[in-house]
Ligand binder design. Sequence first.
Ligand code: FMN
Length: 306
Amino acid sequence: MSKVSLAVNVGGLKLKNPVLTASGTFGFGLELLPYLELNQLGGVVVKGTTLQPRQGNPPPRLVETPAGLLNAIGLQNPGADYFLAEILPELRRHQTNFIVNISGNTVEEYGILAAKLSVPGVAALEVNISCPNVKAGGMVFGTDPALVAQVTRQVKSNTHLPVIVKLSPNVTDITAIARAAAESGADALSLINTLLGMAIDIYKRKPVLGSVTGGLSGPAVKPVAVRMVWQVAQAVKIPIIGMGGIVTVEDALEFILAGATAVAVGTGNFLNPRATIEIIQGLEKYCLDNGIADISELVGAAHISC
Ligand SMILES: Cc1cc2nc3c(=O)[nH]c(=O)nc-3n(C[C@H](O)[C@H](O)[C@H](O)COP(=O)(O)O)c2cc1C
């Protein structure tokens, strides 16, 4: 039987298969080496990186709810200079795509980060717009189409790498945000980031998380994420990386059929550190079983009969 092609092109980023890891859930990739070979993955989206090192939020920062994981890590990371000096040389030993997820406090900071991180070994930039804009008084970048456009243009003008803008689901109309990013030059979009939530300890009568609210992820958010990928796929022409609750190959296929060219596994890595590998194998088997020669045939296929 002829071999299935799992290779995809996400806005100029060429992946050997469409399975990535979601930022913040896979460290820098090196932490997961006991469980899998990074070379097998389409790519690794590394931990969110900021210009300065960040300590993150006060603990507790993670809580399991009956339906999903709430996190309020607060972008803890060693900063861009440490990443470049200490981590990137280690990553360069592996034959996969490393995509750096960047977060800034201001539009200018995104530009500086983009320029700094556009070096050999970095395959693309994923722009996290779920952070508060210090200059705009703490308004989250990703909720205002005008700010999304500004950030996207700033990053694009400071890098030659493919620029993937990662959308927040905490908005009324995800398609307006998606269009703003696409019209400003984004090469691809990632969606979704976490949904704002909270949990209360009934015995202490206090919020569980040190920062009160946090981001909900895992299987609980999957239907919301699939819906948003579906809507955005009809609103823009650029490729989408879908994520939010992907644990199994069936989950990944839902996203692809909704219009995602690639998918990323986040919370699923905590449940099963080999989830990505099992999904890659499962995609190949699904294609073989269903006479699909190229995985791209499935992208958005659920839209055809609508
Ligand atoms: C512990 C944790 C840390 C995260 N850190 C980041 C981050 O630094 N940057 C980012 O863009 N998204 C971050 N995310 C969001 C994930 O990348 C992903 O978009 C989200 O969790 C939805 O996917 P999932 O349900 O598969 O986890 C984080 C999620 C978790 C659970």
